[in-house]
Design a protein around this ligand. Structure first.
Ligand code: ADP
Ligand code: MG
Length: 703
């Protein structure tokens, strides 16, 4: 084949043709030889082993049989119409059934012939059968050649019933490999890496991923292709980061001045943790570099991000710039406003507040103060990004995230100063496993506070079931008698909203019976309430007018009630791990010992049990995030859903952390020594990046 032959349309491949090509286009987005080649098997089956029908059970899974087709007829009407067959071997018989493409299949199959049948055993009305089995006329030659690693490709019903089932796909792949040679697949990794890691060549690796002859060949191919995929992604991310740093100039905060120093010496009420100090140094370096800062600050709930944010703002003020802090809810914004106003007392700093609820004259005064510079720090909700908010000189914009702002909203903060944009710091309380962070935020700078302030008592977490209900209530009474407050949280999801609200209501009533007025007052908050009512109820709890807060997950987002020491979570099995962790973070904020009680039904799925055990075992958000990644896979974690970046061809971030780390290190080292990839040994990389790397955009730009 000639150069560029991989771009040939699959239509011209033996065994494909226009009709099947169109199906592959539509169903799987496969257009060219290259697309086909890069569509890897998702598993392999052993075609050398046969089962006996007599030995089959409902849980036998996918099996391969050899037998004679004894019966074949179309039965039923309308939607129940199906093709039904019966296969017999020397040990017994089993029914086969097809629901789609039945006329085509009926013509293909012939009664009395011997077949190799491949499919998954299931039970229907106490009878074993196999639905949509793969059928191949028995051919002794084929059996001799059969592989113990026959590839199985992602497929669809349409493909399976229109002549593109697993067997046909294998044939097409074989035809493809007859057409392409090593010359069509020049290597894209430098020779020294291939040698160092003993990788197979690219051509060999691709061949082996489709048609491995042994487990060893398969492992080799996988390792190389995973490395390759992660390596080029990291290379590209690092290039994007470098280019952005070169291109986007920023304000240079030259000095640390009186605001910062006075605060640090006279007002800071505690010693900073080592992690806080480290992060402040990282931020300081960014702010003094004349390049716009784009930093993500990750820190578990309660790790002390606010003070780091505040001290960064003081650096801006010291250089005659303003700063702002945006929070996702009114309550959170107000809490920030209160605590930051207190910290700033006596420092001659004017702190302003803006949200939807600030109206009329008050609003006008705030807007004027921001524009004429008399307000130094502005705190508020997304009201901050409205066009009417014009800063005199905004130097630093901080958002306190917890997943509430979209990228587009944050981008508006950029426009709030010229000629340079403000520096940007995004604080998030959702720990992300390192592998995910390296990828999702691979082109950003990330700081991590991985340490809690000293003296904090670890939250004690317990798992309880319905049998313990009375004891749990007794425990709540004891804690309330000590002057503490209690959260009780119920799940609420859209699909079962009515039932969930009913549960919440029932829970409220039974708790009201256990904790009657006038000794006890109870708040209730859920998403269906009006914003005003919600705030009112929340505020009563914050002010300790109520002792118990019954709520759905609306409280997940950062309310700070240090006096609350007990978190009871109902139907724990219905919450995700990271959500549970966020919820638990609502307690343990004061000096008292705090408790988290996870209520669940007695019967739990394996995954549910593991989630709860993880929660009981550890308070560390990063450890929990890692466990979550392992349990659910990268695509399903909070905050990652929309980002196409996690759609890997072969790499799996929940398992390939080591390869990822290696790929990133090597990519970084290469760029360090040969930034423009000009050296002879890097031409292969450069060529490949130019051809295929462009698709990767700076998706993760946080601001
Ligand atoms: P989060 O990271 O969840 O936003 P906060 O900034 O609200 O955490 O801090 C949680 C609590 O810990 C606050 O009451 C804060 O004053 C306190 N805190 C922060 N840093 C320290 C520290 N180094 N030593 C002691 N307490 C601290
Ligand atoms: Mg916070």
């Amino acid at each position: 084949m000639t150069q560029g032959a991989l771009d040939t349309s699959i239509e011209f491949l033996k065994g494909v043709g226009p009709k099947k090509a169109e199906l592959l286009n539509k169903e799987l987005g496969i257009f060219t030889f290259r697309d086909l080649l890069m569509h890897f098997p998702f598993r392999y089956v052993d075609k050398t082993q046969f089962h006996h029908i007599r030995d089959l059970r409902e849980d036998s899974g996918t099996v391969q049989l050899k037998g004679i087709l004894r019966r074949l007829n179309i039965v039923g009407d309308g939607r129940k119409k199906r093709l039904s067959g019966r296969l017999r071997d020397e040990t017994g018989y089993i029914d086969l059934v097809w629901f789609t493409g039945i006329h085509w299949l009926e013509k293909q199959l012939s009664i009395g012939s011997e077949y190799v049948v491949y499919g998954r055993v299931s039970a229907f009305r106490n009878q074993l059968n196999i639905a949509h089995p793969e059928m191949e006329q028995l051919n002794p030659e084929n059996i001799k050649k059969a592989s113990s690693f026959a590839p199985v490709y992602p497929s669809t019903d349409k493909l399976n019933t229109k002549g593109l089932e697993a067997k046909a796909r294998r044939k097409i792949m074989q035809a493809l490999f007859e057409k392409i040679t090593a010359a069509d697949l020049p290597d894209n990794l430098p020779a020294y890496l291939i040698q160092k890691f003993r990788f197979p060549s690219r051509h060999k690796a691709l061949r082996q991923i489709h048609f491995p002859r042994s487990q060893e060949e398969l492992t080799q191919a996988r390792n190389r292709l995973k490395f390759e995929e992660l390596f080029f992604l990291q290379l590209r991310l690092l290039q994007i980061r470098k280019r952005r740093k070169d291109a986007i100039k920023g304000w240079n905060f030259e000095k640390i001045g009186d605001f910062f120093n006075t605060f640090f010496k006279k007002k800071l009420p505690f010693e900073l943790t080592t992690a806080q100090k480290r992060v402040l140094k990282e931020i300081r370096r960014d702010l003094g570099s004349a390049i716009q800062m784009n930093r993500l600050l990750q820190g578990d709930v309660g790790s002390g991000k606010t003070i780091v944010g505040l001290m960064s703002m003081l650096m801006a003020l010291d250089n005659n710039f303003q700063a702002c802090l945006m929070a996702p809810t009114e309550i959170l914004a107000q809490q920030h406003f209160q605590s930051i106003s207190e910290y700033c007392e006596g420092l001659d700093i004017n702190v302003g507040f803006l949200s939807g609820s600030v109206k009329g004259k008050k609003r006008k005064a705030v807007l004027e103060g921001v524009e004429n510079g008399s307000i130094h720090i502005l705190i508020g909700t997304h009201a901050l990004i409205e066009p009417s908010v014009v800063f005199k000189n905004l130097g630093l914009a901080i958002t306190d995230e917890q997943h509430r702002f979209g990228v587009a909203q944050r981008a508006k903060l950029w426009a709030k100063n010229t000629p340079y944009p403000p520096h940007v710091l995004v604080m998030t309380a959702t720990p992300i496993p390192r592998t995910l962070a390296m990828t999702l935020y691979g082109d950003l700078d990330v700081s991590v506070i991985d340490e809690l302030p000293p003296g904090r008592k670890a939250i004690q977490t317990m798992h309880k079931t319905e049998n313990h209900r009375m004891r749990v209530i007794g425990f709540m009474r004891e804690e309330i008698a000590k002057g503490r407050q209690v959260y009780i949280v119920y799940p609420l999801i859209e699909e079962s909203e009515k039932l969930d609200l009913q549960n919440l209501q029932d829970g409220y009533e039974s708790i009201s019976r256990e904790f009657p007025p006038p000794n006890y007052q109870i708040s209730i908050v859920h998403g269906r309430m009006k914003a005003g009512d919600k705030d009112f109820e929340m505020q009563r709890f914050v002010n300790h007018e109520t002792q118990i807060m019954i709520a759905t997950t609306v409280i997940e987002v950062g309310v700070n009630v240090p006096n609350a020491s007990v978190m009871v979570i109902e139907n724990t099995e219905r919450f995700g791990l990271s959500q549970l962790h966020q919820l638990r973070g609502r307690v343990g904020r004061g000096a008292d010992q705090s408790y988290c009680i996870l209520m669940s039904s007695f019967k739990l799925s394996k995954e549910g049990k593991e989630r709860i055990q993880t929660m009981v075992r550890t308070n560390n958000g990063f450890e929990i995030a890692e466990a979550d990644l392992k349990l659910r896979g990268p695509g399903n974690m909070e905050g990652t859903q929309q980002s196409g970046i996690l759609n890997f061809r072969i790499a799996d971030l929940s398992k390939d952390g080591k390869i990822l780390k290696l790929a990133r290190e090597i990519a970084a080292r290469i760029l360090e020594n040969d930034q423009k990839l000009e050296k002879a040994e890097h031409q292969a990389i450069r060529w490949y990046l130019e051809k295929h790397g462009k698709k990767l955009k700076a998706w993760s730009r946080i601001s």
